[in-house]
Design a protein around this ligand. Structure first.
Ligand SMILES: Cc1cc2nc3c(=O)[nH]c(=O)nc-3n(C[C@H](O)[C@H](O)[C@H](O)COP(=O)(O)OP(=O)(O)OC[C@H]3O[C@@H](n4cnc5c(N)ncnc54)[C@H](O)[C@@H]3O)c2cc1C
Length: 319
């Protein structure tokens, strides 16, 4: 989203200038439209920018378009059979408690004021595998409260002001974020006929919350409800599945040793397709119930280190 004061360590602030100082050339405003291939090897990329259609040759092409963008550029590549499957998200339930006192809950940081990983690990006695993280979200600002954020639907008309006063500054939510499981039926597929203006196939996201994840969320809703009641909340509102929580895409090109059970090796190199790597959260094997980007950055650093080694080795062999 960017930070207007440039105070946040987003990629543009933390990495871009340093990378450019080391010789990285950024071609912004470009849309990659396809891979160049010679036999089974990927040898470069086709893209379109303000100057029109362009091509670039490369010893290694690294796709980092996230599950949807990467899948579109993989069209026609003879990837291992699991490619596209095993899409994981972070299904999230939200329990909101209303407090009699005005606790000024509209103040402070929105998320992560309190984080609990008490139920992070598997305990089969609970009736599901894996676990979840709970996170406190402060109350909403005035507009979102008025519009009924987090299921606190307020009536319009005369009763609105009274309901608003009973909600604003008096609510606190706990999220239950689930360690999702990779299931083959959850996947990214390309539309058979529809294409965008650049000729790229339109992607389809096919996803249903699995049985294990549903059981886990239901258990978590009970624990979050207990915690809020213990804290003094009166009425509770439960959102069993936040629609807004479908924003962490993981899996679809899982890493592993075997082309039958994975898509890339441990460094993102696609099995059986020399010259092509995938370095985004597509390569995750598990989702964990935490935000994905720090793990993704660690994987990117690790893949970069390995790539430097194998590209140097190739240059030396060629020389
Ligand atoms: C609302 C929201 C909130 C989030 N909050 C958090 C958070 O708090 N913590 C956290 O850890 N994670 C968070 N995430 C997840 C985080 O944004 C992702 O994990 C991260 O951005 C993934 O990085 P990436 O570089 O793999 O993919 P992306 O950041 O998605 O970048 C992929 C890029 O590839 C580009 N692209 C795709 N196809 C093409 C093409 N053909 N040609 C040219 N460019 C192309 C896309 O335009 C995009 O810029 C959030 C996500 C959302 C949507």
């Amino acid at each position: 989203m960017g930070c207007p004061r440039h105070a946040r360590a987003s990629a543009d602030i933390a990495y871009l200038a340093a990378a450019q100082a080391r010789g990285v050339e950024v071609r912004s405003g470009a849309v990659a439209t396809g891979l160049k291939r010679t036999g089974g090897r990927v040898t470069g990329l086709r893209y379109t920018d303000a100057q029109g259609a362009q091509e670039i040759d490369a010893a290694e092409v690294v796709l980092a378009g996230n599950a949807l963008g990467t899948a579109r550029l993989m069209e026609g590549v003879e990837a291992p059979p699991l490619f596209g499957r095993g899409l994981m998200m972070h299904p999230t339930a939200i329990v909101t408690g209303l407090f009699a006192d005005n606790i000024q809950s509209y103040r402070g940081a929105f998320a992560a004021a309190l984080v609990s990983q008490q139920f992070y690990e598997t305990d089969i006695a609970r009736g599901f595998t894996r676990g979840f993280q709970m996170q406190a979200l402060r109350g909403q600002g005035p507009l979102t409260t008025a519009l009924g954020g987090y299921g606190l639907a307020l009536p319009w008309g005369k009763a609105h002001a009274e309901s608003f006063a009973a909600s604003f500054g008096r609510s606190l939510s706990l999220t239950v974020t689930c360690d999702d499981i990779a299931e083959d039926r959850n996947r990214i597929a390309l539309h058979p006929t529809r294409r965008d203006a650049h000729g790229l196939a339109v992607p389809r996201m096919i996803y249903r919350v699995g049985e294990n994840s549903r059981r886990l969320l239901d258990f978590g809703i009970k624990r979050a409800s207990e915690a809020l009641r213990e804290a003094g909340a009166g009425a509770l509102r439960v959102n069993p599945l936040s629609r807004n929580a479908g924003f962490h895409l993981m899996g679809t090109a899982r890493m592993g040793r075997d082309a039958e059970t994975s898509v890339t090796d441990a460094f993102g190199r696609v099995h059986g397709v020399p010259g092509l790597s995938i370095v985004d959260a597509s390569t995750f094997v598990t989702a964990a119930p935490v935000n994905p980007t720090p793990t993704l950055q660690a994987i990117a650093l690790r893949a970069g280190e390995a790539m430097r080694g194998h590209l140097n080795a190739r240059t030396e062999t060629t020389a």
